[in-house]
Write a protein that binds this ligand. Structure first.
Ligand code: PMT
Length: 415
C-alpha cells in the first residue's frame, strides 16, 4: 500500500442508514475515493430521507442500491453479489434500528440482507441519540455484533443534533477512513512469503478426443485456487496454472488458463524459477493418441476405439528439473490405503511433501468444499482434521512459510 493512495484498488460497500449523520457519509465517500477506493452504496429507505440518492450516486459514480425487490438491481447485481464484490462493508451511520436488525440476523431490506449475506469484514460507525446508545438493548446488540467480529469506530462524545450531550455522535469521516485503513492493514497481517515466488497447479486437465469431445475429471479447482490465494495473502508472487474451472481468478495471483496436461507442463516450465511449487491439479494421466482433427462421425462401423498414451508427469518433472523449486509439494488422490500409497508416490515422483486426500465414493473431495488430508514429509507425518478447503490452504501456506523461515535461520536466506 502506498501512502498517497492507501486504499488503491479497495472496493468498499457503504451502507447508509437513516440518521442525521448520513450527511457525513457523503464526505466519507469523497475521502475514500481520494484515497483510491471504489465505493458502492446501499441507501436504506430511512437513509434516503436524510441524503438524496442523486447526491450519493454523483459522489460514488455508481448506481445507488436501494430496493431489495428492484428487478433492475437484482438482475444487474443481486444482493449476494453486491455484498461479496466488496473487500469491506462499512455501515455509516449504523443506527440503533439497523444494529438491532444486524444482531437479530434479519433480512427485511436490502441493507440487512446484504449484511447477512456478506462474507467480508464489516465495520460500523454507530450514530444515535445518547439514551438510545446507552440503552441495554443497544448495548446487548453491540456486544453480539462485536462477538461476531463486526468492527466499530465511534461513536464519539459531543453535542447531539437532538440537543443532548454524550456518546452517540458518528465518528468523523477521516476517523472512519483511518479505521478502514486499519482493517486492511490488520487483515494483511505478516507477509512471511514476501519476495518468494510460488507456482500452483489447480483444476482438471481436459484431453481432446476430437474438436468437441474430451476426457476430463471432476476437479473443481477449489483446493488449488484456495492454496494460490493463501500463498498470495502471505506475500508470495503466485503463478496459478489452471485447467478449466468455474471459479474467479484468485486475487493477487497471475493466473494462466490451460486445457491439456502438455499445456499445463509448458506453462509451469515458463513460470520457473520458483521457490515453491504446489501441484494440486488433477492432471489426466493419459491422453488420446492422435486426437481427431475433425468431429468423429457415427458411420455405421461401430464405436471408435480410443487408444491412450501417457501424459507427462508435471510433478515429477518439476521435482527433477534443473531449476527445481526449493520446496515441491504434491497431492495424492487415493481411494484406499491413502497414506501408504501416498508415501510411495512421494518417493516415486521425487517431491518433498505430499498431501494425501481420500477421493473415494461419498467423500466429495472432488468438487466439495471440505477436505481431510494427511501430510507426509520425509521426516514427519500429520493427519489434519476435516476442514474447509480454504482452511486446508491456509494451514498449508503457513507450513510452507514456516519451512522457509526455519531454513533461513539454519542455512541463511535462500532468496
Ligand atoms: O479441485 P477440487 O475439486 O477442489 O479437488 C481437489 C483435488 C482432489 C483435485 C486435490 O485435492 C488433489 O488431490 N489433487 C491431486 C489429484 C491427482 O491427480 O492426484 P494423483 O494422485 O493422480 O497425482 C499425484 C500428484 O501428481 C498430484 O500432485 C498431481 O497434480 C500430479 N500429477 C499427476 C499426473 C500427472 N500427469 N502430472 C502430475 O503433475
Amino acid at each position: 500500500m502506498s501512502n498517497s493512495v492507501p486504499l488503491a484498488g479497495k472496493r468498499i460497500l457503504l451502507v447508509i442508514a437513516g440518521g442525521i449523520a448520513a450527511y457525513k457519509s457523503l464526505d466519507l465517500i469523497r475521502r475514500l475515493k481520494e484515497r483510491g477506493a471504489s465505493v458502492r452504496a446501499i441507501l436504506t429507505e430511512a437513509g434516503a430521507r436524510f441524503v438524496t440518492p442523486l447526491s450519493v450516486q454523483a459522489l460514488t459514480g455508481d448506481t445507488v442500491y436501494q430496493d431489495l425487490w428492484s428487478l433492475t438491481d437484482e438482475s444487474s447485481m443481486g444482493h449476494i453479489q453486491l455484498s461479496r464484490d466488496a473487500d469491506l462493508v462499512v455501515v455509516a451511520p449504523a443506527t440503533a434500528d439497523l444494529m438491532a436488525r444486524m444482531a437479530a440476523g434479519m433480512a427485511n431490506d436490502l441493507a440487512a440482507t446484504a449484511l447477512l449475506a456478506t462474507d467480508k469484514p464489516v465495520l460500523m460507525a454507530p450514530a444515535m441519540n445518547v439514551r438510545m446508545w446507552l440503552h441495554p438493548a443497544t448495548q446487548d446488540n453491540l456486544a453480539r455484533l462485536e462477538a461476531r467480529g463486526v468492527r466499530r469506530v465511534g461513536p464519539n462524545d459531543g453535542d447531539m443534533a437532538c440537543g443532548e450531550y454524550g456518546p452517540g455522535r458518528m465518528a468523523e469521516p477521516l476517523e472512519i477512513v483511518d479505521a478502514i485503513i486499519g482493517v486492511f492493514t490488520e487483515r494483511a497481517g505478516p507477509r512471511p512469503l514476501a519476495g518468494r515466488r510460488a507456482l500452483v497447479t489447480s483444476g482438471p486437465t481436459v484431453e481432446a478426443i476430437d474438436p468437441v469431445r474430451y476426457i476430463a475429471n471432476r476437479s473443481s479447482g477449489k483446493q488449488g485456487h484456495a492454496i494460490a490465494a493463501a500463498l498470495a495473502r502471505l506475500g508470495a508472487a503466485v503463478t496459478l496454472v489452471t485447467g478449466p474451472v468455474r471459479l474467479p481468478d484468485p486475487p493477487g495471483c497471475t493466473t494462466v488458463a490451460i486445457e491439456s496436461a502438455q499445456q499445463m507442463l509448458d506453462a509451469c516450465r515458463a513460470a520457473l524459477p520458483a521457490d515453491v511449487a504446489v501441484c494440486a491439479a488433477a492432471v489426466a494421466d493419459w491422453r488420446v493418441k492422435g486426437a481427431a482433427g475433425h468431429k468423429l462421425k457415427k458411420d455405421g462401423g461401430g464405436p471408435p476405439v480410443l487408444e491412450l498414451e501417457e501424459n507427462p508427469d508435471i510433478l515429477a518433472t518439476l521435482s527433477r528439473a534443473e531449476s527445481r523449486p526449493a520446496l515441491v509439494v504434491g497431492f495424492a488422490a487415493e481411494t484406499r490405503d491413502v497414506a501408504a500409497y501416498a508415501r510411495a508416490k512421494r518417493l516415486r515422483k521425487g517431491c518433498d511433501w505430499i498431501v494425501a486426500n481420500d477421493v473415494g465414493l461419498g467423500t466429495q473431495t472432488f468438487g466439495g468444499d471440505a477436505n481431510t488430508v494427511h501430510v507426509i514429509r520425509a521426516d514427519a507425518e500429520e493427519s489434519w482434521p476435516t476442514m474447509s478447503k480454504d482452511a486446508v490452504a491456509e494451514r498449508l501456506a503457513r507450513a510452507i512459510a514456516d519451512h522457509f523461515t526455519q531454513n533461513e535461520s539454519t542455512q541463511g536466506d535462500t532468496r
